[in-house]
Structures are given as C-alpha cells and as structure tokens.
Design a protein around this ligand. Structure first.
Ligand code: FES
Ligand code: FES
Length: 419
C-alpha cells in the first residue's frame, strides 16, 4: 500500500515539475482533479485532461477515440492493450496517462491505414491470423516490438516470444506464421509505422454519436471558452421520461425555469461556473452512485424557451475525469393542473461513451428519475422562496436492488414475450 501511495505521489510530482506548477511540492491531488497531459500519439500532438487515476488505455480510448487499443483483463495479463511508449511496448492498462506526459505513443491505428497496411497487418490478413480479432491489435503491437528489438529472430523462438498476448480463438499457429513471414521478409528490421504523419493536424477528441459528430467533450475546463454544442447523431444510449408535479402554480414554477441561475441551483449537485451569454453556460455536476462518485464538467445551452407553451429544451455535454462522456437533450414542459399545482413532464435523451455507458439502462433510468423528482421538488421549493434540498446519493445497496429489479423485469418480459 505504501509503495502504491509513493508511486502515485511521484507521478503527480513528476507531472507538476513538468508543468512548472508553483505548487510543485504538493504530492497529493483530489481524486477528481484534472491533470493536463500532452502526448504525441501516432505522430500527432494530443492533449487530454484526466484524473491521476486514468490509465493510458482509457485516455486513448475514451478521450482520444482511439478504440483500436483493446482492453481484456485490465490487470497486465492478457496483453491486448499493448501500445508503444517512447519506442518500447507497454501494457497501457497498467500505465497511468499522467505518467507518460510528454511521451510518444504509437497505437495500432498508427501502424497503417486500410489503403496502406503495415507488413504485419498485411501478413495477419494473408495468414488468417485472427478469428474474432479482439486480440489482434495487441498481437500486432507486441510483434512489432519484438521484430524491431530482435530483427532476424528465429521462427522457433516465436511461440515463446509471442506468448505474452493471449488469444482465445486461433490456437496461435497462424499468428506465429504471420509474424515469422514478416521476420523473414525483413531480416534487418521491420519497417516503421505507416500512419504516424507528423504533418497531420492535432488528434481530435473523442466524440459522441458516432463518426462525424462535431461534439468535442472531454477537455472542457473552467477557463476554456464556450464549446461548440451539437445534438448528437445516432441512437441515444437511454431515453428517460419522467412525470411529476409541483404544488406551486404554473406562473411561479415558470418564473424559476426562466431564470437559469435559479434553475441550476435546483438541479442536485449542479453549479454554473461561467455564463457566456446567449443562453450558453459552463457548469459542473457531481453525481454519486453509492461508492461511485462522478464529477462532470461541461457545457449547457438552452436551445428553446417558449413562454406560450411553457416548454424549454436544453442540450448539455459533459465529461467525467475517468468514466467518460455524456450528452443529453432534455425537453421539459410545465402545465397547469386543476388543483392549482403544476405538472412537469421531461424527456431526456442520453448519449454516453466510456465507462459510464456500462451502467445499465435500468440504473440510468432510476437515477435520472430520482434526480428529476428531486429537481422538481427543488423548483417547487424555490418558487416559494425556500432553499433547495440536497440530493441523497443512491446507496450501494439501492444500486444492487435496482440492478436486481431491472434484471428480474427483463427476465419477466422475456418469459412473457415467449409465451
Ligand atoms: S488489458 Fe492490459 S494486459 Fe490485459
Ligand atoms: S482472434 Fe479472437 S482472441 Fe485472438
């Protein structure tokens, strides 16, 4: 444990020295503090802002969109996450992104393009050295490291030397043949990566909604200007619909909805940190899911606000330091009730990438619904001049119950569907 803490402290220390941080003597940082990490990835400059605990693999996949680097065990055993760091093969699941600040990284994407494959990529195809292909990026990067460090290696040594990357499909025969073929073709050393063009522009950040979506998220920070926000394309990860009501009359409720600052204070865990005008803001939001604490930083824009129909449409995009990116389009309508209160109806389309997308839809629905009910109660309270009530984070136990409930519901639906 002491060793781990020392290691973590020296990583942060190293990062601070490199960035001439006046607080260089500090060896601790908050779990959700973002560190700036500058890298050269496949010949192109790239910057990510990540928590100290974020691995290089997650930075590549979730922050830079380079999903060619696969994750299997995340414990340094399977080798699927192998990339080159300053010319040496490294298991990117075991390397923290902030440890390799300033390093030159080559991933499988840098090895070649479909039109100009690296000889190893070509050879894996020719020798049918893959079935599902999940291990292939790791195999190729590991083989590249082997053939650059030991050109002219004997074919008999390959099975042993390639055993560091686990393949569950092929039985290795064809993988060994593919690498042996390249070793034989290039006895003086295998050619370098073919898609590491230093003249190309900066690596784009990870985007939501598939290729072409211009939504750049993860490096938003409090000092940056307004981000370009666009409705994500593609199917949302989850659609949450919530109906609730407030005791206050429509006019009082709408008075809060119209005032964005007041509205933000009603959303549990949210705060506005910059107002750019034109209904665009930068904000922070903290969400607790039992033991999991997420801290999102991002941008919000009010797309429509219709006083006649009492409808407001908001788009937000935010990133958590380690769990990934979320974009949401929220459509909120307020309507007068016969008893003098106000009905609130909200539909939220959520687009998620990264680890956060692994939360089940059931959990996302339940947490979002809880938050919205709390939000509505706070709007109600604010309309009476009362302070918002702090949200109670979901406990680990309630999360487990939620998961069990959603599994049972899914099972019942499946059974009923078959009957
Ligand atoms: S995912 Fe890194 S070694 Fe398995
Ligand atoms: S080809 Fe499927 S795991 Fe290797």
């Amino acid at each position: 444990m002491t060793l781990l803490l020392d290691q973590a402290a020296s990583v942060v220390d190293r990062w601070r020295r490199r960035h001439d941080d006046p607080a260089g003597a500090v060896t601790r940082c908050e779990a959700d503090e973002l560190l700036r990490v500058d890298l050269t990835v496949n010949g192109r400059p790239a910057t990510v802002h990540v928590a100290p605990r974020v691995t290089l693999a997650d930075a590549l996949r979730d922050h830079l969109g380079l999903t060619g680097t696969h994750l299997g065990c995340e414990h340094g055993v399977c080798g699927l996450c192998t990339v080159m760091v300053d010319g040496d093969a490294a298991r990117s699941c075991l390397v923290l992104a902030c440890q390799v600040d300033g390093a030159e990284i080559v991933t499988v994407e840098g090895m070649g393009t479909p039109a100009d494959l690296h000889p190893l990529q070509q050879s894996f195809g020719t020798h049918h050295a893959l079935q599902c292909g999940f291990c292939t990026p790791g195999q190729i990067m590991s083989a590249y490291d082997l053939l650059t460090s030991e050109p002219g290696i004997e074919a008999a040594q390959l099975p042993d030397q390639l055993s560091g990357v686990l393949c569950r499909c092929t039985g290795y025969r064809n993988i060994v043949d593919a690498v042996a073929d390249v070793a034989e073709q290039y006895p003086q050393g295998v050619p370098g990566p073919r898609n590491c063009n230093h003249d190309e522009p900066r690596l784009p950040r990870a985007t939501l909604g598939g290729p072409g979506t211009p939504t750049a998220l993860e490096s938003a920070d409090a000092t940056s200007g307004p981000a370009e926000i666009a409705v994500p394309s593609g199917e949302p990860t989850a659609v949450v619909t919530v109906d609730t009501h407030a005791k206050a009359p429509l006019d009082a409720i709408w008075g809060i909805v119209e005032d964005t600052e007041s509205l933000a204070t009603c959303l549990p865990g949210a705060e506005i940190i910059a107002d750019f005008g034109d209904d665009q803001y930068k904000g922070r939001m903290r969400v607790s899911l039992g033991p999991v604490r997420l801290a999102f930083l991002g941008d919000v824009k009010i797309l429509e606000r219709d006083d006649a129909t009492h409808r407001v449409k908001v788009i937000g995009q935010a990133a958590d330091a380690s769990s990934g990116n979320v974009a949401a389009v929220v459509d909120l309508t307020a309507e007068s009730r016969q008893d003098g209160g106000t009905d609130l109806h909200a539909v939220a389309e959520l687009h998620m990438v990264g680890r956060i997308a692994q939360f089940g839809r059931g959990l996302v629905n339940d947490v979002s619904a809880d938050m919205f009910h709390q939000f509505a109660a706070n709007i109600d309270a604010a309309s009476r001049g009362e302070a918002p009530v702090e949200a109670t984070p979901a406990s680990a136990l309630s999360i487990v119950f939620t998961l069990i409930r959603s599994r049972i519901t899914a099972l019942v639906r499946l059974v009923l569907g078959r009957n």
